[in-house]
Design a protein around this ligand. Structure first.
Ligand code: NAD
Length: 354
């Protein structure tokens, strides 16, 4: 994993490797370090080759490809979103991705990204909140206590100092699991019986529910002045979480407008409704929060540069480590054009010809 890396052997980060890497780093440190990569790439936004993700929708879900390049490195992620999956013991979101060298086009890294997506989504949410949430925010409501939830909680603790968490999920068992998993990690946790109860006294409200429809997790009367909303779960056409009236009262911040207009909460608004691109806040070209009473909304859908940042971070992190496997992924004939000859030589090997 260095300049001398043999480009024909591709490092592969399995789920086990990723878990070991996160645990060896410490989850909160990992989130903090990853967040610096995400933020750095928002700062470099203009030099990226960007495109709205390529989504293949079906009755129960979506499969998406998410590419991005900074001209030196190229990354893509394969990710699905199938809210019904949990009913049959599968996850709503799973992913894997590749980081490549633009000069040669050769892959540098193949990685699991189910865990990494949860980490990068949480890191991105927390970075957005660092710019947009009220100063001194200590209490967060977390509605939707599924796979993303603990990562969100820890990112907000690590990056913003959130120490009070109010949980709600339609399924009390999900809330219980989330509470148990976070026990002893420095958060005061309240399990609530409704979304209305969860948002009481919260400075930040994170919604991370999964339902393939226009849901109304938050209504206008639940949102007081000065609150920051981190809306994570509305990320596909026809899949939203907030009542439209909230959007009309909020200052809305988005990742990549051509993608968010189709997939985010703002799909409920006219196509020319004013929103602010988050990278412009990071680069000081636009104001984030400008008054105490302002309602800010990060209409998160997840953008390819965040996956690029995550793979770039993991690649840097693995240098000099052995927390990966080697994949024989790229064919390497002795003479580059003799690809067929390589096959013939393989056929002639005693073990193969038997
Ligand atoms: P999950 O299926 O593991 O968890 C979702 C939870 O939401 C479940 O526990 C479910 O009971 C709960 N829920 C559903 N409807 C609810 C309601 N009306 N009120 C309260 N709780 C409700 O899913 P996950 O992996 O945690 O993902 C959560 C959402 O975030 C999904 O919609 C996913 O597509 C989205 N997501 C977005 C990004 C992004 O970058 N914006 C990244 C990853 C996932």
């Amino acid at each position: 994993m260095s300049a001398e890396q043999n480009l024909n052997i591709v490092p592969f980060v399995s789920v086990e490797n990723m878990m070991d890497l996160v645990l060896a780093t410490g989850t909160e440190t990992f989130l903090r370090e990853l967040a610096t990569y995400v933020e750095e790439d928002f700062r470099r936004w203009e030099l990226f080759d960007k495109v709205a993700r390529i989504a293949s929708h079906s009755r129960d879900g979506v499969i998406e490809l998410m590419p991005a390049s900074d001209g030196r490195l190229y990354a893509f992620k394969y990710v699905n979103g199938h809210p019904k999956n949990t009913r049959s013991g599968r996850q709503t979101v799973t992913a894997f991705g590749v980081l490549s060298d633009v000069d040669s086009g050769y892959p540098l890294l193949l990685s699991e990204m189910t865990i990494l997506t949860a980490l990068r989504t949480a890191a991105t949410s927390a970075i957005a909140a660092k710019y947009l949430a009220p100063k001194g925010a200590k209490t967060m409501a977390l509605i939707g206590n599924g796979a993303q939830s603990e990562f969100q909680a820890l990112a907000f603790k690590a990056l913003l100092g959130i120490d009070n968490l109010r949980l709600y999920d339609l399924d009390p068992a999900a809330t219980e699991r989330c509470r148990n998993n976070l026990a002893g990690l420095g958060l005061t946790i309240t399990a609530c019986r409704s979304a209305e109860e969860a948002v009481e006294g919260a400075h930040i409200i994170t919604t991370a529910t999964a339902d393939k429809r226009n849901a109304t997790i938050l209504t206008d009367n639940m949102i007081g002045p000065g609150v920051h909303i981190n809306a994570v779960g509305g990320d596909s056409p026809g899949k939203t979480e907030l009542h439209r009236d909230i959007l009309l009262r909020a200052s809305i911040f988005v990742e990549y407008p051509p993608q968010t207009r189709i997939e985010g909460e703002i799909q409920q608004l006219p196509a020319d409704y004013p929103v602010t691109e988050f990278w412009q806040v990071v680069t000081d070209q636009k104001t984030g929060r400008d008054s105490d009473g302002q309602i800010t909304l990060f209409d998160s859908v997840g953008f390819a540069t965040e996956d690029f940042s995550a793979l770039r971070y993991v690649y840097d992190k693995l240098r000099g480590s052995n927390r990966f496997e080697n994949l024989d992924l790229v064919a390497d004939p002795d003479e580059p054009r003799d690809l067929f000859g390589m096959l013939l030589r393989r056929a002639a090997m005693p073990a193969i010809s038997k």
